[in-house]
Write a protein that binds this ligand. Structure first.
Ligand code: ZN
Length: 402
């Protein structure tokens, strides 16, 4: 009798255990199917106020059904390479090392628009995820065209080709989303042309700028509609950002000429807003600082004394002397018969026209008008949307979207 009792109880236990196993198997299948995918689009040079001038496309739809920040504050120098690398790494340019689209490194020499990710000194988010076994995809995000310290991106488009249209990029994004749950990347990051080049040529408020943007706004709507048609929005979050805004310029300060006129030899790394001067002879420092200080519209710093909130001091890449200016002035090294009318790169603390955009739509995003956010918040936001911890070295915060 005792044995019979025992065995029936035992049988019941086994049955319960089997039920549990079956339940957890289906539960894990279900949760796996619901793993969120984050798509990040960066549109070059889209100033925070430009989407207000568009009414029929993707921006308008997200304004009504998603989250929009009043602006996205870029890092300084607010140029395409430093800003994209900040959004991908969650750290400021002094930490990731990409001070401008081109810069000089005392040990390695000149860097200029290089696809070589070994110049990036903080881990990009795609590498962080891939190391955890999470598939990622990039379509021309700065720094993603080569492996970072040997970690491969599962799906990456390289080399960069500016002729590839946003239509082609949309098609590829949809193809990636169409992959089965095991193959599908959970993070897709892509660069779009935005309105940068036309605003450089024509100025920040020329009607051509908005006309150029209209086409991409339409493509953005197409992407949203196609994801809807496939029924993927339950598992997809879309984030649309830009790298910087745009100001009009009309005064060009030739740093090379000023130094040459005073017989000061140096290696120059001059951006539109910030110029790094690496002196051949450090005993020229006082003279160089005094002649540069005579120039109006120019602020002059000893490289090691830069304000800490610039986050721009890198031991090998910051000049002995650093000069800076604000719009409508721009630093140059040569005369240009057709100089740009629009420019960026300026200090976002004092030039609000440098602010870009932040739009979010889809899973875990509710209708929301949010205050301004920082480019340092982008990586933590992506990690949060993927249910992953933000590493402690990232100083930004996940943006509240729901
Ligand atoms: Zn630009």
């Amino acid at each position: 009798m005792e044995i019979e009792k025992f065995s029936s109880r035992h049988l019941l236990k086994i049955r319960l255990k089997t039920l549990y196993i079956i339940f957890f198997f289906f539960f894990s299948l279900l949760t796996h199917a619901e793993e969120n995918v984050v798509v990040v689009i960066s549109m070059d040079g889209v100033r925070h106020d430009y989407p207000n001038l568009l009414s029929e496309g993707g921006f308008n739809l997200i304004s009504e059904k998603g989250s929009v920040a009043s602006s996205l504050v870029p890092v300084y120098q607010s140029s395409t390479f430093p800003t994209h690398v900040t959004m991908a790494t969650g750290v400021t340019p002094d930490k990731h090392g990409i001070l401008h689209n081109g810069f000089f490194d005392r040990n390695r020499g000149f860097y200029s628009y290089s696809p070589d990710a070994s110049w990036i000194e903080s881990e990009p988010i795609w590498s962080l995820l891939e190391r955890q076994g999470i598939k990622t995809a990039t379509y021309f995000w700065v720094g993603s065209e080569s492996d970072w310290k040997g970690t491969k991106i599962s799906y990456s488009k390289a080399p960069f080709n500016g002729r590839i249209s946003e239509k082609d990029k949309t098609k590829q994004i949809l193809d990636w989303l169409d992959l089965g749950p095991k193959e599908r990347p959970r993070l897709i990051m892509t660069w779009w042309h935005g309105s940068d080049s036309i605003a450089h040529q024509s100025g920040s408020t020329n009607t051509k700028v908005i006309n150029q943007l209209k086409k991409q706004d339409k493509e953005l709507l197409n992407l949203i509609t196609e994801i809807e048609r496939r029924g993927y929005w339950e598992n997809v979050t879309l984030i649309v950002v830009s790298d910087h805004g745009m100001s009009d310029v009309e005064n060009y300060i030739n740093i090379k000429e000023i130094l040459k006129n005073n017989s000061i030899d140096s290696t120059l790394s001059i951006g539109p807003a910030i110029g790094h001067i690496f002196l051949d002879d450090l005993t020229d420092k006082e003279l160089a600082i005094s002649v540069l200080k005579k120039e109006s519209n120019l602020i002059v710093w000893d490289g090691s004394q830069l304000p800490s909130n610039y986050n721009m001091f890198h031991p090998a890449r910051t000049g002995d002397i650093v000069v800076e200016t604000n719009a409508p002035n721009m630093l140059v090294t040569r005369k240009n018969s057709n100089p740009p009318k629009g420019m960026h790169g300026y200090n976002p603390i004092i030039n609000k026209e440098m602010d870009g955009i932040f739009f979010a739509y889809g899973n875990r995003v509710s209708v929301n008008q949010i205050d301004k956010v920082s480019q340092l918040d982008i990586a933590p936001t992506i990690l949060n949307l993927l249910d992953l911890e933000t590493p402690s070295y990232m100083t930004g915060q996940s943006i509240e979207l729901d």
